[in-house]
Design a protein. Structure first.
Length: 203
């Protein structure tokens, strides 16, 4: 409801919680492409977008569904390790296309240190893309590799096998022991780097 004669109705996308126009204005004035990170209940999506009068032009994109389809990823597609790998993919594609710099756009997500959006940014930086971001915002290397998931799985397995099987049923269905997630992460990361000519895959 209106709050008085001076009340202005926010733009539709702001009302729907999709766009912060104050931030968007700052992004556009920077003149640099945006490294856009979005997450859903099941996936992580990364795009590098350039603002144009007629709308955003997507220069590069990467989706966590690609990890499973193209790189035999057996972990979840919306957790911290997956976010890093999607960011790595997007960063490698950007560099390959001659894009070497971008500014972070995390949308309406809160800037919480260690959040998945910052794992994606860290992946892109490791790929060679220059993105301004404080080091303190990145998850630890162990968290990026999924060590916290592996440790939780190990603890749960030793205390309550039925609960372990319930919580990690999808991992087990896909043929991955969650305790082996860090090793699996490294293997998939090496495969991505190998596909872009930067590293040989592990055996």
């Amino acid at each position: 409801m209106a709050r008085g004669p001076l009340y202005k109705v926010p733009f539709r996308r702001r009302r729907e919680g999709l766009t912060n126009y104050y931030k968007r204005r700052k992004y556009i004035l920077s003149g640099k492409p945006r490294f856009v990170v979005r997450k859903t209940n099941q996936h992580i999506i990364v795009q590098i977008a350039k603002a144009l009068p007629q709308g955003d032009e997507i220069l590069v994109s990467a989706h966590s569904a690609e990890l499973r389809r193209d790189y035999a990823w057996l972990g979840d597609t919306n957790n911290t390790p997956a976010a890093y790998l999607v960011g790595l993919l997007a960063g490698l594609r950007a560099v390959k296309k001659g894009i070497f710099e971008a500014i972070p756009d995390i949308g309406l997500h809160k800037a919480i240190p260690g959040a998945r959006v910052f794992a994606a940014i860290k992946g892109a930086i490791d790929a060679g893309l220059k993105i301004p971001c404080r080091e303190t915002m990145f998850p630890s290397e162990d968290r990026i590799r999924g060590v916290h998931i592996a440790m939780y799985a190990k603890m749960l397995k030793s205390k309550n096998m039925s609960e372990f099987k319930r919580r990690f049923s999808k991992y087990l269905e896909r043929g991955l022991d969650p305790e082996k997630l860090p090793e699996h992460f490294e293997k998939v990361k090496q495969m991505i780097l190998w596909r872009y000519g930067l590293l040989k895959p592990s055996s």
